[in-house]
Structure formats: structure tokens, C-alpha cells
Write a protein that binds this ligand. Structure first.
Ligand code: SF4
Length: 254
């Protein structure tokens, strides 16, 4: 197999995060749209995971944000500092879904702004994707699991309806699922991430690609052909190519 492109060898070195990103506050605006389910149930949504959140519950992401900010549907509400809902462009064609907030994300209220997030920025930049304009980033759970443990099934299930509403409202052309927890949390597929990364999966009529989690690349930084960073380089190029085929006006040099 041929050597990777020169760009790949300089990829993914950590950079200082943009102050603009770290200074960006969580979304707090409230839009007083009418809920589409009975007001009593609607008001109870943030209080208990037994209250359903049917598709179409939220008329806007701001309305969803209001509920998330006050959510106590699972025990992660007891230990969080901030609810971490999203960052990026709500109208982006590409959605990136991670596992859950870490310490930096819990402190800032923004997803993927710690070391793994810095690496994600580099990965996106390598194919000229701007994290502010070209992607919408969120997680399976919106509150930090203590000690960065994997979210429990109950926690993922409690938070999942919010995520499904985010997907419906953003309506991305492509969803990237970073790591096995994200794949399982969205599609229910429990196969190992190293087996299915880089393959296109159709889920609920949407095009998804599982990729390695950037944190995995931090722990396994090999750039050798077949190594984690090389695999990520293949996958992100495939994603960019697919984006361009789906949105021909999506220029790599915009
Ligand atoms: S993780 Fe999700 S369901 Fe649990 S408290 Fe936070 S926002 Fe609510």
C-alpha cells in the first residue's frame, strides 16, 4: 500500500484551542413556542425518564435546550456542573456524536473542547471542515459521567430522546459516530468499533459512519499505515468526499 499523503503525517498534532470556542457560552436563548404534546406532560419531561419525549415534541433547538438545562431525568444531573448540549452550526450537513462530556466539557458547557476535542478540530481541519460552520457536535449523554466512566444504559436511554430530537431538528446529511458507545447509543449496534469504523451504516434513513473516538487516537497515536491516525485519515477523507457528492456546493476551499 502506498505511503499516506504528506498532509497526513502532520495531522492531528494538538493545538491550542481557539479562545473563541472556549469563550462561547452554552445556548441559553428561549423560544416560547407551543409544545406539540399536552402541556402537563411537556412540563414534566425534564423531571423523569418515565415521561416520553415523542418525535416532534420540540419546535426548536432552543426549546429543547430549555428542558435540558433543567433536566433531572437521570442521576448524572446530581454531579454535573453544566449540561453540555451542543456546539457548532445547527444547520450543518454533518453531525458528530460523541459519548459524553469530560471534565473540560462539564466546566465549559461545550462538547469536545478538551484534548480529544482539540484533536477533533485538527481532524476536521485536515479536510477543510470548520467546526463552527460545517458541523454540529453533541453527545449521547449531556451530563458528565463521574470519572469519565461510560454512561450506563439507563442514563443513555434517559437522554436519548433529546438526542433524537436534535437529529430531527438539525436534519444532517451525515452523522459521524465517534466510538462504540456512540454507535450503540444511536443505532443499537454493539459490534466493536475497530470492526465497523469507516463503513457506511444506514440508520432510520440516515447515513452514518462510525469512526474511532479522538480520545482513542490520543492513547494510540501511531501514524503507521493501518494505525489509528492513518485509519482516521482514510475515514475523514471518505466523509468529506461523501459530503461533496451529497452537496456539490460544499466546497473544500470555502
Ligand atoms: S444526562 Fe441527559 S437525561 Fe441525564 S440529567 Fe443530563 S440531560 Fe438529563
Amino acid at each position: 500500500m502506498s505511503e499516506p499523503e504528506p498532509l497526513q503525517t502532520s495531522l492531528f498534532d494538538l493545538v491550542t484551542p481557539s479562545p473563541d470556542v472556549l469563550d462561547q457560552p452554552p445556548i441559553t436563548a428561549v423560544t416560547p413556542n407551543s409544545p406539540q404534546i399536552p402541556p402537563t406532560d411537556y412540563a414534566q419531561i425534564p423531571n423523569s425518564a418515565t415521561i416520553a419525549i415523542p418525535p416532534g415534541t420540540y419546535a426548536s433547538l432552543n426549546e429543547l435546550t430549555t428542558h435540558c438545562q433543567a433536566c433531572q431525568r437521570c442521576e448524572l444531573s446530581q454531579t454535573r456542573t453544566h449540561v453540555v448540549i451542543s456546539r457548532g452550526n445547527p444547520e450543518a450537513d454533518l453531525m458528530i456524536i460523541g459519548e459524553g462530556p469530560g471534565q473540560t466539557e462539564d466546566e465549559t458547557g461545550l462538547p469536545f473542547v478538551g484534548r480529544a476535542g482539540q484533536l477533533l478540530e485538527k481532524i476536521l481541519a485536515s479536510v477543510n471542515l470548520d467546526s463552527d460552520k460545517d458541523v454540529y457536535i453533541c453527545n449521547i449523554v449531556k451530563c458528565r459521567p463521574p470519572g469519565n466512566r461510560v454512561p450506563t444504559l439507563a442514563e443513555s436511554n434517559a437522554c436519548r430522546p433529546y438526542l433524537l430530537e436534535q437529529i430531527r431538528l438539525v436534519d444532517p446529511k451525515i452523522i459521524l459516530l465517534t466510538g462504540a458507545t456512540a454507535v450503540k447509543g444511536v443505532t443499537g449496534d454493539t459490534r466493536g468499533i475497530t470492526k465497523i469504523r469507516g463503513t457506511w451504516i444506514e440508520w432510520e434513513g440516515r447515513l452514518c459512519m462510525p469512526i474511532l473516538h479522538p480520545a482513542y487516537l490520543l492513547r494510540n497515536p501511531s501514524r503507521e499505515v493501518g494505525g489509528p491516525k492513518w485509519l482516521m485519515w482514510q475515514d475523514i477523507q471518505a466523509v468529506q468526499a461523501k459530503l461533496q457528492s451529497l452537496s456539490p456546493d460544499h466546497s473544500v476551499n470555502h
